[in-house]
Design a protein around this ligand. Sequence first.
Ligand code: HEM
Length: 487
Amino acid sequence: MSPGMPSPSLTPPTPPPQQTKPPPSSAPVRTIPGGYGWPVVGPISDRLDYFWFQGPEPFFRKRMEKNKSTVFRTNVPPTFPLFSGVNPNVVAVLDCKSFSNLFDMEVVEKKNVLVGDFMPSVKFTGDLRVCAYLDTSEAQHSKVKKFSMDLLKRSSTIWVPTLTSNLDTMWDTLESNLTKSGSASYLIPIQKLIFSFFARCFVGADPSNSPDIADSGYVMVDLWLALQLLPTIKIGVLQPLEEIFIHSFAYPFALVSSGYNKIVKFIEEQGKEVVERGMTEFGLSREETVHNLIFILGFNAYGGFAIFLPTLLSKIGTDETGIQEKLREEVRAKMTGSTLSFDSVKDMELVQSFVYETLRLNPPVPLQYGRARKDFQLSSHDSVFEIKKGELLCGYQPLVMRDPKVFEDPENFVLDRFTKEKGRELLSYLYWSNGPQNGSPSESNKQCPAKDYVTITACLFVAYLFQRYDSITCNSSGSITAVVKAK
Ligand code: HEM
């Protein structure tokens, strides 16, 4: 542990069994079931199922049941007509064992496969391939990954005070909206909090020094993210309009270039120190530093938390099974003093388990891809499959995280699932960060460098909430409808 790093107590000492190549299996070799269908027709039919007739989860579940296998061939979007260069053929891997091949950098390559065979134009990222699209065999990956880990380490000294001051602002705003209108939507306030928090932590910048960025920095990032990801995500717009206007072609960067260029200017002006460091200490060019920094801040950090924190808050605020009481009790019992620090949450076993269980059932990045570097044998729990060099593996985490061979009562939210020794062992199978929760992100793998920061930040979010309130109530459309302040 390096000084200033979050306490390691959230990551137990057991070596990560999934981080290394799974042991050779004695299971029978089986032909991969499923298929790609007729050219053009097969991919279109699968795309319509994925976005329209079934939706992502039933899409994978139905094919898993039909093929009686957690490993099978299928197509995933985007497809025809205007994605002609994209190959939609994948081998789906839907159990913990087969999915873990995606972490084995000896057998899979991660070049340009962040969201599948489709890659958004590099125009969105300063005409550069940023870290998340680089394979571990590329020298720049190692440099940028180290830079990202350094960003986290340096910001750890201001992480908790910056978070709590942003939480103060957010909850003050929500309370005042609640008093005025009887309910307060939390989606935008959370996005503002995350943007301002990461701008301060990573860029060393206060967005309020740049009024344009302070007012609408998060909106610029939202639009920039949306345009990159639209071809691959289901929005829920009336069909067939969604298929015609959202999933048939990629939107050009030009639509968001003015917002993106403002963020570039903001980073260059307010983040001089961090940009210099990227160049002098990590050997990156000015452009590489600036655009990777924007991607880490806007895509990785902001994008991840903008999905995760609303899910976490909604789980607390809509629960009717007594989760709030149990979490509140633990927070109040374990807090010493009123000021939050990384140490405050290290003994909150139930709060940690709550965070892990939320990530298990709602992994914020649901799909992971990897391309076979060579021919190899891929094992599921009960079979072995021959994978050919160049084939694309596609893991859909929401199903992998409900693998009944690993998780008891897999479909249900079990608050204390990750407590005690047995629970801590299960962390080897919690994969939201593209690696096991007890794995170690490094330049030689593709695991999220913020693996521990994300979970600790979520624990702090929960601890803050129950320091401030006895209870909160949310509705299912993302609003707070009542709060009872801590007595
Ligand atoms: C809830 C928040 C977050 C989630 C859910 C998340 C999730 C992930 C996932 C799934 C990946 C792997 C993607 C793939 O290759 O398939 C990843 C990679 C990455 N994440 Fe995170 N992340 C979060 C927050 C952060 C934060 C705060 C940072 C800030 C440093 C960060 C930096 C990165 C970077 C740089 C990579 C690329 C790693 C590499 O290329 O080796 N992430 N993240």
